[in-house]
Design a binder for this molecule. Sequence first.
Ligand code: NAP
Ligand code: MG
Length: 501
Amino acid sequence: MSDFQLFIDGQFCEAASGETFSTLDPSTGEPIGTAAKAGAEDAARAIDAARAAFDDGRWSQRRGSDRAKVLAAVAKGLKDRAVELAALETRDAGSTVAKAKGVDVGNTILWFKTMAELAAQIDQPETLPLSVFPTPSANVLRHEPVGVVGAIVPWNFPLQMAAWKISAALAAGCTIVLKSAPETPCTATKLAEILAEAGVPDGVVNIISGSGPGTGEELVTNPGVDKVSFTGSTDVGRQIMAAASPTLKKVTLELGGKNAQVVLDDADLELAIDGAAYGAFFHSGQQCTAGSRLLLPDALHDEFVERLLERLSVIRVGPAADKASTMGPLVSQQQLDTVLGYIELGQKEGATLRAGGQRLTEGGLDAGYFVAPTVFTDVTPDMTIAQEEIFGPVLSVLRYDDEDDAVRIANGTPYGLAAGVWGSPARALRVAERLQAGTVWVNEYNLLNPRYPFGGFKQSGLGREHGWAGLLEYTETKHLHLAADASRASKRWFDMTVPRR
Ligand code: NAP
Ligand code: MG
């Protein structure tokens, strides 16, 4: 029996094929346990369960306030098991102890709590002002659940990503099949236990782990799925949008980023230097919002870089489970190879390597996938390391000469997920308004709030998650037009059956 089973129609089970795969601790390369490897057949069975659960209304027809109670119970269940979940995320995903507690588990609890509050309001009809055009009528909007959601998540924030999708789907009244990433199946399975204990009815949430062709594809092509919610790479996002098009599924995509942190010459340098390091190196840079491009004005460049390099000495790279580590490993050998490949390419393209640049193996790190915090200067906007998402601890420093130049460079990639501006508030706001990004932090970085929308401009995605905007993506808006006058004589239809008056 596998350690992390599939959860379909309220039951834990093995894959139909009986296949399993092992998941590793990226700090040690050691296996943690085995997970059931769902194939297309399992995905289809999970979709059938979610379809039946949606269609019979066991969740979708409940009042929002009832759904809210269950979501609040999930938050409580998560809190009760916070220590266990954080420890598991540390082992499976290489989350440092602080990240696992504060972000992976802490935010997951916060998201369920907040979605509980929104769930209580989502089914309140919205009454529009009385209209006399084209004829007197009362008009009402209802936000109805879109149906069955197919959700696919990556490995960088496994529990939190699952929570983003599941909490919003449940708040809206949808049912869902979620596929975890093959690198990190563990915490999603635990979440399934908590959902069941909190009273989520069978079939409403189904969680499968698996990998390879067939499993994810089933979720994005099966006609029983109404909406796909995906977080991952831009390349896979494109494939998913194409695969979902024959059945015209609603699609939300949260994809990559090559996010700029713009430092203005009136910035508080103490703040901006630490902020730049945090933005670039949090979770070893394995995050879609990583501030991986640092834009410095010529006048500040040398001093800023020197001081930033000094700050790097504070970062302790080490095993995720060691409380002293402030930066853990990359998630896998594959991600390690990708990141080292970009570092090599940066040097070939003529950027200057000022810090890091290598895998770390000393002090017992040799079996894990550790890379030193890496800083390149003399990066020009056309270089690959200034254009492509690396998803590792690699910061590219670019120079700019004036505000227009900064904005042009910041906006000069196909991405537009997030950005940061460090400077006096009024000037920083002026720059922030010109940046093409879904979230811009001013004198802050990387903070997300379940009440505020999050998503990408340009090729960083489609649609939004979180807040009302995010929740509405899990709904269809129904307009009810209620005629004020139901008499035949009042109708002025533009058709031949209308008697001339
Ligand atoms: P990925 O290839 O985009 O995979 C993300 C998820 O999509 C996984 O669950 C994956 O599982 C699934 N998937 C892959 N191909 C699919 C398809 N054709 N149809 C349906 N599902 C599919 O990401 P990755 O390989 O883990 O990481 C590669 C790069 O993606 C990273 O270096 C980074 O640049 C970016 N990334 C972005 C985010 C983000 O938060 N936006 C997160 C992680 C990674 P299977 O492979 O088993 O199908
Ligand atoms: Mg793992």
